[in-house]
Design a protein around this ligand. Sequence first.
Ligand SMILES: Cc1cc2nc3c(=O)[nH]c(=O)nc-3n(C[C@H](O)[C@H](O)[C@H](O)COP(=O)(O)OP(=O)(O)OC[C@H]3O[C@@H](n4cnc5c(N)ncnc54)[C@H](O)[C@@H]3O)c2cc1C
Length: 298
Amino acid sequence: MSETTLPMRVWTGSVVRTEELTPGMRRIVFGGEGLRGYASTGVGDEYLRLIFPERRKSAPRLPTVTNGCLDYDSIDLATMRTYTVRGFEPATGEVTIDFVIHDGGVAAEWAKGAEPGDLVGLNTPNGMYDAPGGLEWQFLVADCAAIPAAARLIEGAPGGLRTRAILEVPGPAHHLDLTAGPGAEVTWIYGGNGHGPSRLEQVVRSLKRPVGGVGYIWVAGETRELRGVRKYLRRELGLPSTAYKTVGYWTDGAERWRNRYEALDDATKTELMAIWESDADLGDIEIRYDEQLARLGL
Ligand SMILES: Cc1cc2nc3c(=O)[nH]c(=O)nc-3n(C[C@H](O)[C@H](O)[C@H](O)COP(=O)(O)OP(=O)(O)OC[C@H]3O[C@@H](n4cnc5c(N)ncnc54)[C@H](O)[C@@H]3O)c2cc1C
């Protein structure tokens, strides 16, 4: 279950069809010649960068790849967002992405109006879920943005792996049909997602971990909500970072956050980035980074 890395490339996807999954989620299937040769890592939470065109119906300006990495200097970051590969069909080369539909935002606005033939840039995907070998149980806790990844992890769970998923949506109309095996238990809770306070931290705090057995806890949702989750798992439970993964998928008030971040002076930005160069356990590095951001009002 370890991370699989594919050579980095940039692709162009053309919208093939769309489907309204719930009042708050729109599925968009991409295909076309520009995706020929695209491959999947097979990791359940694999994600990619989508690059949106500056104007609908025009082609996106694709970034270049330098030394096997996306060259961020070659792209306008305002046109790029991160999404999960909800499905990949090797026979047709189609890539499925499920978009949360919310107010504002380049991606959500684009997704609301997407029609067959519309183009986006995509890069080669990568996964973050990295459970230990011999896994016997896992907890998956997610809000809407992370449900596509949670859904793939639930559907891909091998038989015999006990999977407990708690998914936070605005209300009952937002439940999705998931194909869960016999070892999986899925619970829907209501709140968060920009509609009210999130309960993800409360949920994680209330989880009863099986006594013994190799386990993994995967939590993804709103960035600030995840800070409390991370502290709880690392500082209060004392788990090693190999026993869990916590990922901030979106930031409430993202525009304000970006403006404040951009306003930081270069020395402060360099100090923030230097936190990641420490030899400490990843769990401690993440918390130090969160604390520094919080001190800066971010
Ligand atoms: C690894 C990873 C995988 C992801 N996979 C998916 C996925 O499969 N599907 C998906 O929909 N999202 C996914 N996301 C989240 C997505 O990248 C963000 O929601 C992104 O901010 C959307 O961009 P935007 O241009 O629509 O909004 P932004 O410009 O980022 O924000 C504009 C406004 O929208 C609000 N907003 C942003 N996202 C949400 C949200 N989810 N709910 C409510 N309000 C929101 C912000 O508060 C802000 O006020 C993923 C993120 C990561 C890191």
